[in-house]
Write a protein that binds this ligand. Structure first.
Ligand code: FE
Length: 238
C-alpha cells in the first residue's frame, strides 16, 4: 500500500494500452504547463444545486447537461499503474468502505456521446492506501453504445501525500478512440459523509482540487451513494 508521498512511480510504459499511446505523464505535464503549473483554482461549486435539491427532496439530475466545455485536467500523480483489469466493478472481497455507484456519459466537445471511449479509474481505499502490489480499486472500461459508463466502487478516504493532505478523490484517464488522453481527478461534495471525515474542510484545504470536477452525489441509500459525472473530452490530437 502506498500514498502519493512515496516515491516509486507506477511506470508509464504501456504495453496493454495501445489505446493510450500518448504518455499520460506527458499529457499531464503539458496540461500543467498550459496552466502555468499552478494548482487549479477552485471554480464555482457545482454541488450546491445538487445539495439543495437533495435537501429539498427534489430529484437530483442524474446526467448534467453537457455544455461543451472540456473537463478540466489535473495531475496524474505517481500511483497510476498500467495494465489494470477491464472491469466496472471494483468491489472485490478485500474492499470495504462506503459504497459508491458512479455513472455518467463521455461526450465530445459538440456534446455527442462517445461510444467505445476508454476510461481508467484508480483510487485509494477506505484507509487512504493505494494498492501498488496488485490492482485493488483499479480498473478500466469502455463506454457503451450510448457513451455511458458505470463504476461500482467505494468513496476513497483522504490521505497525506506529496502535495499535502488530499481531499478524497478518484483518479481517472479518459480517451476517445485515437484521441488524446484526458487525465483528471474527481471529487466529492462538501456534505459527503464517510469515515467520519469533514469533507468540507478537506475540500477547502486541498490545493489541487477543482470543484468543476465534483461528482453529483445522491444518498446514501442503504449505505450506498449514487454519483453522476459526465466527461467532455477532445477527440483529436491538436
Ligand atoms: Fe491520489
Amino acid at each position: 500500500m502506498r500514498h502519493d508521498d512515496q516515491d516509486a512511480d507506477g511506470g508509464h510504459t504501456s504495453s496493454r494500452r495501445a489505446f493510450i499511446r500518448t504518455s499520460s505523464a506527458g499529457v499531464t505535464a503539458a496540461a500543467l504547463a498550459a496552466t502555468g503549473a499552478a494548482p487549479t483554482s477552485p471554480a464555482a461549486a457545482p454541488e450546491t444545486a445538487v445539495t439543495a435539491a437533495r435537501l429539498a427532496g427534489r430529484p437530483v439530475a442524474v446526467t448534467p447537461a453537457c455544455d461543451g466545455h472540456e473537463t478540466p485536467a489535473a495531475m496524474e500523480g505517481p500511483l497510476f499503474k498500467p495494465q489494470s483489469p477491464e472491469r466496472g466493478d471494483l468491489i472485490t472481497p478485500a474492499v470495504s468502505g462506503v459504497r459508491l455507484d458512479l455513472t455518467g456519459v463521455v461526450y465530445d466537445t459538440a456534446c455527442t456521446p462517445l461510444p467505445g471511449a476508454l476510461i481508467e479509474f484508480w483510487q485509494c481505499d477506505q484507509n487512504g492506501d493505494y494498492d501498488m502490489s496488485g490492482f485493488s480499486l483499479r480498473g478500466h472500461q469502455y463506454t457503451n453504445s450510448r457513451g455511458a459508463f458505470r463504476l461500482r466502487t467505494i468513496i476513497p478516504r483522504d490521505y497525506w501525500g506529496r502535495w499535502g493532505r488530499r481531499a478524497p478523490h478518484i483518479h481517472t484517464q479518459v480517451q476517445a478512440p485515437r484521441g488524446p488522453v484526458l487525465v483528471t481527478q474527481l471529487y466529492f461534495p462538501d456534505d459527503t459523509r464517510a469515515y467520519g471525515r469533514d469533507f468540507a474542510a478537506l475540500n477547502a484545504s486541498d490545493g489541487i482540487l477543482n470543484r468543476a470536477c465534483t461528482i453529483a452525489l445522491a444518498g446514501p441509500t442503504g449505505g450506498a451513494y449514487t454519483g453522476a459525472f459526465d466527461f467532455v473530452i477532445k477527440t483529436t490530437v491538436q
